[in-house]
Design a protein around this ligand. Structure first.
Ligand SMILES: NC(=O)c1ccc[n+]([C@@H]2O[C@H](COP(=O)([O-])OP(=O)(O)OC[C@H]3O[C@@H](n4cnc5c(N)ncnc54)[C@H](O)[C@@H]3O)[C@@H](O)[C@H]2O)c1
Length: 348
C-alpha cells in the first residue's frame, strides 16, 4: 500500500536527520505531509528551527547504541542517512568509517527485519568503485565493481557501503530499498573548515570555502574526474516518489542522479568561479586561478579516485516515475548563494 501523505498516524524515523540530506528531508516531510518524525542524530545545528515542532521527537543518540537501534526499528518507515561520509576521513580513520558504514547499518537492518519496518538505506555512488574515463552509464543491476588495493584506504567507505548493501539485500524478512546518491549539492552541504567543522569537506563546500576566502580552487590530479551533480531538492523529490510508490521500490537499489549535469571537476571549478563572480559583482579575472595539486598531497596517503560516475536513471523513471530536473548551474547557484549568506562573516 502506498503511504498516504495525509495520514497523521504515520511516523517516519529519520536517522541522521541533522545532516545535509536529513535536514532537507525533514523540512519536506513536515511541509508536504501530515506525518510525525522520530529524528535521531548526534548533531542538530542544521535543524534548530524544527526542534520544537510538535510533530517531531528528536533524540540525541549514536546509532552505535543497540537500545536506540531497537527504538528506531519500532517505526514503520526508517530512513537511514547516518554515516561518516567525508572523503578526507576515509584514509585517516578507516576503521571508524567501516563501523559507521557497515556495522551500524547492519545492526539497524537486523532490527528492522525483526520488527517489519521498511528500511530505506542511503548507500553511495562510490559502490561503483574505481571507474575509468570511458566507463559508460552505471546500471544498478548490471554494472560490476572494481576497487583499488587495500593500501588505497580511500576505498574503506565504498567497500563498507557495498557490504552493507549486500547484507541488507540478503537479510531474510527485511523490507528494504537502497539509495545510491550521485553527488548531491545544495544549501547546508558540509561545513567551512575552521568554522563549523575540521578536515576537507566535499568538493562543492571545498570550492565554496576557497572562493569566499579568496584562495585558489585546488584541482586534485588536474580535476579530470567527471561527476554528475544533483540538486538536493531533486533528491527529496525522489524520496517522495519512493514513499508514494507502494511496494514498487521494495528490494531495489536506485541510482539517484542527474546524468544531464555531468562535468569534470575542472569544469565545475570554472562554473563556480563564474557564478561566484556574478553573485559578488566582481570579474572572474579578479579571482585567483585554479591550482593543480597531487591527490595524496591534498587528501593524504591512501588516496585513489574513480574517473567517471554517470548514472543510469532508467530504473527510478520506470518504477517510480522519477527523473531529476534541476540543471547544474541552478543547483550550483543555490548552493553558492546559501554558502555566501551563511559564511560571509566567518570567511576570514
Ligand atoms: N550528499 C551526498 O551527495 C551523498 C553522496 C553519497 C552518499 N551519501 C550518503 O547519504 C547519507 C547522508 O549524507 P549527507 O550528505 O546528509 O551527510 P551528512 O554528514 O551531512 O549527514 C549525516 C548525518 O548523520 C549523523 N551521524 C553520523 N554518524 C552517526 C551516528 N553514529 N549516530 C547518529 N547520527 C550519526 C551526522 O551527525 C550527520 O548529521 C550518508 O549515508 C552518505 O554516505 C550522500
Amino acid at each position: 500500500m502506498p503511504l498516504s501523505f495525509n495520514d497523521s498516524s504515520v511516523t517516519v524515523a529519520i536517522v541522521g536527520c541533522g545532516g545535509f540530506i536529513g535536514s532537507h528531508l525533514l523540512d519536506a516531510v513536515l511541509c508536504r505531509t501530515k506525518w510525525r518524525v522520530f529524528g535521531v542524530d548526534v548533531d542538530f545545528y542544521r535543524i534548530q528551527h524544527r526542534l520544537n515542532d510538535e510533530r517531531c521527537e528528536f533524540i540525541n543518540a549514536d546509532l552505535a547504541d543497540p537500545r536506540i537501534v531497537e527504538r528506531i526499528a519500532q517505526f514503520p518507515v526508517v530512513v537511514n542517512l547516518a554515516a561518516i561520509c567525508t572523503p578526507s576521513r576515509y584514509m585517516a580513520e578507516a576503521p571508524a568509517v567501516i563501523r559507521s558504514n557497515y556495522d551500524h547499518p547492519a545492526a539497524l537492518a537486523c532490527a528492522c527485519a525483526k520488527s517489519g519496518a521498511w528500511l530505506i538505506h542511503f548507500s553511495t555512488s562510490e559502490v561503483y568503485g574505481r571507474t575509468l574515463e570511458d566507463s559508460g552509464q552505471l546500471d544498478e543491476d548490471k554494472t560490476g565493481f572494481v576497487f583499488g588495493p587495500v593500501a588505497s584506504s580511500r576505498w574503506s567507505y565504498a567497500t563498507a557501503k557495498l557490504l552493507a548493501e549486500r547484507f541488507i539485500a540478503g537479510l531474510a524478512g527485511l523490507c528494504w530499498t537502497v539509495v545510491r546518491p550521485f553527488n548531491f549539492v545544495g544549501p547546508y552541504m558540509d561545513f567551512m573548515p575552521g568554522v563549523d567543522g575540521e578536515g576537507i569537506p566535499r568538493v562543492l563546500a571545498n570550492f565554496s570555502t576557497a572562493l569566499l576566502r579568496g584562495e585558489s580552487l585546488k584541482l586534485v590530479n588536474g580535476g579530470k574526474a567527471r561527476r554528475t551533480f544533483t540538486s538536493v531538492f531533486d533528491a527529496v523529490d525522489f524520496m517522495f516518489a519512493l514513499f508514494a510508490s507502494g511496494d514498487k521500490g521494495f528490494s531495489q537499489a536506485f541510482n539517484v542522479g542527474n546524468p544531464d549535469n555531468e562535468v569534470s571537476i575542472a569544469e565545475l571549478a570554472e562554473r563556480m568561479r563564474r557564478i561566484f563572480a556574478r553573485l559578488k559583482g566582481v570579474t572572474v579575472e579578479s579571482l585567483p586561478a585554479p591550482e593543480v595539486v597531487d591527490g595524496e598531497t591534498f587528501y593524504g596517503s591512501g588516496y585513489d579516485d574513480s574517473m567517471r560516475r554517470l548514472p543510469s536513471v532508467e530504473k527510478a523513471a520506470k518504477l517510480l516515475g522519477f527523473r531529476a530536473q534541476v540543471p547544474l548551474d541552478v543547483a550550483v547557484e543555490e548552493s553558492l548563494t546559501w554558502f555566501i549568506g551563511h559564511y560571509s562573516n566567518a570567511a576570514d
